[in-house]
Design a protein around this ligand. Structure first.
Ligand code: GDP
Length: 463
């Protein structure tokens, strides 16, 4: 991710402390020097690094550390606090909603920052939460922008309000269910934005997400247009969208947009990238505006609410168990889980049930992302990066090539059946053997655990 090398450097800086009991001022200073260098190399802005390190140093030299039972751990915890503070004072702020719908969210940022993609993600997320969003194409600069937003809207199943080339404001055109193009004025983004509010009020859309034009660099004309749109629609939120990959320019760009449109919140995009993402970490601190969301890919659901404390934990390789649990809770089907537990204790858990469980795990997203949320995983990054996501696909293919009777009772699967299954699923016989073996072992163990006949400490039968 954008913070991988920062994570490595920081965990390294702490490693030297781990072996020590009491810390001298020299120990602390050398650790802080390493942290400082790690932050600067990650492109975190200099003023931010300065205030961060002086804050950390002051606290490290206080009794907070010298009196603690585990000084090294205490230093890590101080760095964690201060990193959380940089990322937004540790405050999670929910979206501002309008008293009288629609709530208007305007997106601003440079071209390529990910605004259009974000419009779809945000809309999809709001829709999942029970809202009725409308996307608005107020980026009329790039010829392709309107089409792109329509594609995004279609994918997310959200209507798009957009002017159509050659259509004047008197024409009413409703295309299909997902894309509406009623008489929006061609060529005038301010008018389009204003009309979209009318339309949303009439058709009872409660959230309006306005995609605005970006440029390759900050320029006054762009800023003036964004201001005009803002003044015309009075948004509850103006989200500044910034690509975490743009490096050192991030801070200047953020400052320019802050002065230009006085945004209310920040969205970090492309956190999945490989470049140094440290500059993005400075944005909240430099502009004094909270980061509300972040985005980690091109897919509709590669998007999450930003929590400063959780992000700090991930950067320091303390994992992010909370997010992991939330994702699991969102996706897991409780009824199904209860049925599986019953089958386990009865010993009737078959490969059909196994496939259902695989499906559930798959819904949580790529295995790599899940593993990254577990504390201490940074040292296994190479293995994780090389992890073959296709393993689940192959297991599923093998099971699907079995007959229902075979899935219920693997003991009937003899040599010739194994050969048939291997052929049917396009894998080798030894892969089929491996899967059956692993399943039988797991089933045996789960049955024992479920029946309480286990001596594994801390493992109790599933109620
Ligand atoms: P806009 O010009 O600000 O509207 O930016 P777009 O939404 O068109 O995005 C520019 C490019 O970045 C597109 O190719 C997107 O697919 C891609 N993109 C957007 N968000 C992300 C992200 O979080 N991760 C990655 N890897 N790509 C992204």
């Amino acid at each position: 991710t954008a913070f991988s090398s920062l994570t490595d450097r920081l965990t390294n800086a702490f490693k030297h402390l781990r072996s020590k009991g009491k810390l001298s001022e020299t120990d602390i200073d050398s650790t802080i020097r390493e942290i400082r260098r790690a932050l600067l190399d990650a492109d975190v802005a200099l003023p931010v690094v300065r205030s961060f390190t002086s804050q950390v140093r002051e606290r490290c030299l206080s009794t907070e550390v010298s009196d603690s039972l585990n000084p090294a751990q205490q230093v890590v915890s101080i760095v964690n606090d201060e990193l959380t503070a940089i990322l937004g004072q540790g405050v999670d702020r929910p979206l501002n909603f309008a008293k009288n719908p629609p709530t208007v969210i305007m997106l601003a940022g440079l071209q390529g920052a990910g605004k259009t993609t974000l419009a779809g993600k945000l809309g999809y997320w709001l829709k999942q939460a029970g809202h009725t969003p409308l996307l608005v194409a107020a980026d009329l600069q790039r010829p392709n922008a309107v089409t792109q937003l329509k594609v995004v809207g279609e994918r997310a199943g959200i209507p798009v309000f957009a002017p159509q080339a050659g259509v004047t404001s008197s024409d009413e055109t409703a295309e299909d269910a997902t894309v509406v193009t009623p008489g929006a004025t061609h060529g005038d983004p301010v008018a389009v934005a204003r009309q979209s509010l009318e339309f949303a009020r009439q058709k009872l859309y409660d959230m309006v997400i306005i995609d605005t034009a970006g440029r390759l660099g900050v320029d006054e004309e762009l800023m003036a247009q964004a201001r005009d749109i803002r003044d015309a629609v009075q948004p509850q939120e103006i989200l500044f969208v910034i690509d975490a990959m743009i490096g050192q320019d991030a801070v200047q760009t953020a400052q320019a947009f802050n002065q230009g449109v006085n945004f209310t919140g920040v969205v970090l995009t492309k956190l999945d990238g490989d470049a140094r993402g440290g500059a993005a970490l400075s944005v909240a601190s430099v502009t004094n505006k909270p980061i509300l969301f972040d985005s980690t890919g091109e897919g509709l659901t590669d998007f999450e609410v930003f929590h400063p404390d959780r992000m700090a934990g991930r950067i320091l390789d303390q994992g992010d168990i909370l997010t992991l649990i939330e994702q699991a809770q969102k996706q897991f089907d409780e009824q199904q889980a209860r049925e599986s537990a019953e089958k386990l204790s009865e010993g009737t858990f078959g490969l059909d049930d196994f496939i259902e469980q695989l499906e559930q795990v798959r819904k949580l997203g790529p295995m790599k992302n899940l593993l990254a949320m577990i504390p201490g995983m940074a040292q296994y990054r190479n293995q994780i990066d090389n992890l073959d996501e296709k393993t689940i696909d192959r297991s599923e293919a093998i099971i699907r090539a079995m007959t229902p009777a075979e899935r219920r009772d693997t003991s009937i699967i003899d040599g010739s059946r194994r050969a048939r299954i291997a052929k049917g699923s396009g894998v080798s016989v030894s892969e089929v053997n491996g899967l059956i073996q692993r399943f039988e072992m797991a089933a045996k163990m789960m049955k024992r655990v479920a029946n309480g006949a286990t001596s594994i400490p801390g493992v109790r039968p599933i109620p």
